[in-house]
Design a protein around this ligand. Structure first.
Ligand code: SF4
Ligand code: SF4
Length: 332
């Protein structure tokens, strides 16, 4: 029988043991229903998730709620919105209690005096032309000034089909300000003309993402297996989608048979009571979903299937390490 240790040499097995100890239990929190942008294709607003619940304004209720989340076993709070930096008191309630990650558009700077080592992921949707078209402004011009050289910040670069052949320019800009970058793909939730993926486009962008990882290994946080899985929507001959997705809110997950999934995962709305369906859009057609975190989690929860060959197991380790780096469970 194949075992993990029989497939790995000493170094890889050490890497495997390091991530096995982490036991990451994440959940996602809508810190607010508001944002200082309105991007075309924003999953939150396009699915009306901002109307799902009235946000809780009493910080002491947030504090109590977070204490209960910790008792529930959560050890990673992923803060999204809306724009979390609009309510730094709520962000602080998490930061003081639990390892936290703050997703932001980077327009408001997280004050480092108050949040010295909060992990920050800045959303970026392409070059200045795409950003202006989809988000109404060149956010990089602002966020890069706010976060240049920041040790705990990376860009979460959502690549659009218009970026094919152009992503190196963006990676270069990020490297030049001393930040890291992770790549995912646009799902085009609002059907903006010209922003849908084709099979050819997905093939080309995979090659380009691989080349970026080869050329900028100290800047790009990624793995080639992740590129394969997210661009093809396939893993081990299986198709990603509703019946495979690991990032569905556990208490309302009634799929049968139940797929392998994130344990105790919940995506909470900002009233601290309502639960959203999954880590992203409530209304997205799962067959069109390109969510990066859902795809990497899909790999992570399916370890057993990768105990098949040395390459499969190494691929699995690299994806897990990538996730652990993005949320600072292991160093970049
Ligand atoms: S910055 Fe983020 S939350 Fe705000 S509209 Fe854009 S994608 Fe949505
Ligand atoms: S939209 Fe994506 S993340 Fe949400 S349930 Fe469907 S496949 Fe999963």
């Amino acid at each position: 029988m194949k075992t993990v240790s029989s497939l790995l040499d000493k170094d890889w097995y050490e890497r495997y043991k390091r991530i096995s100890r982490l036991n990451i239990r994440s959940s996602i929190y809508d810190v607010t229903n508001q944002c200082n942008l309105r991007c075309k294709g924003c999953f939150f607003f396009s699915s009306d998730e901002h109307k799902a619940a009235k946000e809780e304004n009493d910080v002491s209720k947030w504090e109590l709620f977070i204490e209960n989340e910790i008792k529930r076993g959560v050890n990673l709070a992923i803060l999204i919105g809306g724009e979390p930096t609009l309510y730094l008191d709520r962000v602080e309630a998490f930061y003081k209690r639990i390892p936290s990650f703050c997703a932001t558009n980077g327009i408001i700077k997280v004050p480092r005096g108050r949040f010295p080592d909060l992990t920050v992921g800045i959303s970026l949707w392409g070059d200045e032309h795409d950003e202006k078209k989809l988000r109404g402004k060149d956010t990089f011009a602002i966020s890069s000034k706010n976060y240049e050289g920041d040790k705990y910040t990376y860009y979460l670069y959502t690549i659009t089909p218009k970026q094919i052949g152009k992503i190196e320019k963006v990676i270069n800009k990020i490297e030049s300000i001393g930040l890291k970058v992770h790549m995912q793909l646009l799902s085009n939730d609002e059907g903006v003309d010209g922003f849908n993926w084709t099979n050819e486009g997905l093939h080309d962008i995979r090659q380009e993402m691989d080349a970026m990882l080869d050329r900028y290994p100290n800047t790009v946080i990624s793995s080639k297996y992740y590129h394969h899985v997210i661009t093809s929507g396939e893993m081990m001959g299986r198709k990603f989608g509703w019946h495979e997705c690991p990032s569905v809110t556990e208490p309302i997950d009634n799929r049968t048979p139940s797929p392998r999934r994130l344990i105790h995962f919940i995506r909470w709305a900002s009233d601290l009571k309502t639960m959203h369906r999954c880590c992203t859009s409530e209304t997205r057609d799962c067959s069109m979903c390109k969510d990066g975190a859902a795809h990497m989690s899909w790999v992570m929860v399916n370890k057993r299937d990768h105990v098949r060959s040395t390459t499969d197991m190494q691929n699995w380790i690299e994806v897990y390490e990538m996730f652990a780096k993005l949320y600072r469970f292991i160093p970049w």
